[in-house]
Design a protein around this ligand. Structure first.
Ligand code: UDX
Length: 438
């Protein structure tokens, strides 16, 4: 099939590359000319494992091309995916003006009826608004009547290609037989290759599945972070609690890693958006407000511990390891480390920051921070270290080497990178998430 992907950011480009890998002809559109220029020149302008290779393959096979022009993008396509951003506004609701603007452009430029797919994460009932916008534009300009589908993505940064090529499920919400038929045909190569559940619903249900899934996973993380606080107070070990809980197949071990809380472009925004749309519909989703509160508390934990262990933090040299919101990505959007570094700087600490891939994304934000190309450079002579992202290379540092590098034997391990027991045995004073605080 031939399709257009509108907005070739993280979600859009992965969608385009994976659809091309399954033999579809894809035109990627973006209004950001520098992004389109970069992609046309063959360079993916951000880091995502395997994406560059898949994009190269698609381009070499003639299955992916890019444009900034709507008429060109929509020429002869069966399906148009909307993959533009839905950034959070001050009141917690997502800004849907980019989605509406794309819907208007589709209606103005399409020369035949299309299936318009919302891929961006949007609140329930956004499909109705897209349909309304398409209809108004079509009536105004004598255009075609298009159909609207919700097809949420469940891809994680760092494993986006794997998650898209081999998903746990495909969810498609449509309100007509025809739209369901088109989407089923689009996903048939994936289903033949991978054979996962294909969940066909109406549009509103599909929209809700996405918000409910992300809010549930965020709640799982906040739940274990709350348990971690109790473990610290009671002298128990949260990792053993999580492991034992996880053996229960009804619970599962995934997303029970206590730490610095969730960040990234999805969970914080989606939790807020779900609270907001629920309130708009007349339901107070108090449980999610608590999920959000516990997450904020988790991000304040490292500085609280550091003050406990060092007393005053001002003028101390503090090594911060990791700024990406999780390993495997250079994305720093809503990264918990940002709050940690901001708080350290507010307290007058001298911050030495290391991250294997994400430093370029924060250099301009903090002129006063020392950006360290190597992890040992950050640690050498520091009065304490805080771990904010659990990169493998940090786990490989032995307690003995850490002891040689640090000026004081003080560790705040906010991602449980190291064994608290091992550090204590090596003479460290350590605050480790969810283990007894000494
Ligand atoms: C998430 C969803 O997983 C994905 O399905 C959706 O489509 C987009 O949002 P992503 O934001 O890429 O994906 O990252 P994810 O791996 O889910 O992690 C989100 C945050 O939660 C990270 O900051 C991570 O460090 C944190 N996390 C995750 C924990 O603190 N503990 C865990 O056990 C798991």
């Amino acid at each position: 099939m031939k399709l257009a992907v509108i907005g070739v950011g993280h979600v859009g480009l992965v969608t385009a590359a994976c659809m091309a890998a399954d033999g579809h002809e894809v035109v990627g559109l973006d209004t950001d000319t520098s992004k389109v220029d970069s992609l046309r020149a063959g360079t993916v302008p951000w880091y995502e494992p395997d994406l560059q290779e898949l994009v190269d393959k698609g381009a070499a096979a003639g299955f992916i091309s890019y444009t900034t022009d709507f008429s060109e993008a929509l020429d002869g396509v069966d399906v148009a995916f909307i993959c533009v951003g839905t950034p959070m506004m001050d009141n917690g609701s997502p800004n849907l003006s980019y989605v509406q603007s794309v819907a208007s452009s589709i209606a103005r430029h399409a020369r035949h009826p299309l299936v318009v797919v919302e891929k961006s994460t949007v609140p329930v009932r956004t499909g109705e608004r897209i349909r309304q916008t398409l209809a108004l534009e079509s009536m105004a300009h004598g255009g075609e009547m298009h159909e609207v589908v919700s097809n949420p993505e469940f891809l994680r940064e760092g494993t986006a290609i794997e998650d898209t090529l081999r998903p746990d499920r495909v969810v498609v919400g449509a309100d007509s037989e025809h739209a369901h038929g088109v989407m089923r045909a689009l996903y048939q190569p994936l289903l033949d290759r991978h054979g996962c559940p294909y969940v066909a619903t109406d549009v509103k249900t599909a929209e809700l599945i996405k918000h409910a899934s992300n809010a549930f996973l965020a709640t799982k993380i906040s739940f274990i972070n709350a348990v971690a606080r109790i473990c610290e107070l009671a002298g128990a070990d949260v990792e053993q609690v999580a492991d034992a809980m996880g053996f229960d197949h009804r619970i599962g071990r995934a997303f029970l890693d206590a730490g610095l809380g969730y960040g990234g472009s999805c969970f914080p925004k989606d939790v807020e958006a779900f609270i907001h749309i629920a309130a708009e519909l007349g339901y107070d989703f108090g449980m999610l407000r608590e999920t959000d509160r516990i997450n904020r508390e988790a991000k304040a934990w490292p500085l609280h511990q550091l003050r406990r262990l060092l007393w005053n933090v001002n003028d101390k040299e503090i090594a911060v390891l990791g700024v990406a919101f999780k390993p495997g990505t250079d994305d720093v959007r809503e990264a918990p480390a940002i709050e940690v570094v901001d708080a350290l700087l507010d307290d007058g600490a001298n911050v030495r920051l290391h991250d294997p891939v994400a430093l370029d994304n924060v250099r301009e934000r903090w002129p006063e921070v020392s950006f360290c190309g190597g992890v040992e450079e950050a640690l050498r002579g520091a009065h304490a270290v805080i771990t904010c992202t659990e990169w493998d290379e940090y786990a490989a540092i032995t307690p003995e080497r850490l002891r040689e590098l640090l000026a004081y034997p003080v560790v705040v391990d906010a991602r449980n990178v190291w064994s608290a027991e091992g550090l204590r045995k090596a003479g460290f004073t350590v605050a480790s998430v969810g283990s007894p605080l000494t």
